[in-house]
Design a protein around this ligand. Structure first.
Ligand code: SF4
Length: 86
């Protein structure tokens, strides 16, 4: 247990080391119920659209403020842009 680290569930991003909050996001995505997630193929398609989009900045969508890697994983979420890329 010496390597186990406590995860603070109430910390703001600014209170966490950068690596830690990205790790939390990936854990969150991995633990989404399968029914709530898009397929791997659709996930990659969405991210490719984001990569081509002028609203992507630093991994975040400047329209909705979401990390696109998180938003794109959720089946109920859609691109908030006027042209609805996904
Ligand atoms: S507007 Fe849509 S395609 Fe562009 S970054 Fe935001 S979610 Fe991605």
């Amino acid at each position: 247990m010496a390597d186990a680290k406590r995860v603070c569930r109430k910390c703001l991003l600014r209170d966490m080391p950068e690596k830690e909050y990205y790790r939390n996001m990936y854990t969150y995505i991995a633990n989404l119920p399968e029914d709530d997630k898009v397929s791997d193929k659709e996930y990659e398609r969405r991210l490719e659209e984001c990569k081509k989009c002028e609203h992507l900045l630093g991994g975040m969508c400047r329209i909705c403020g979401c990390f696109v890697k998180m938003r794109a994983a959720m089946a109920v979420r859609h691109c908030p842009g006027a042209d609805k890329r996904w």
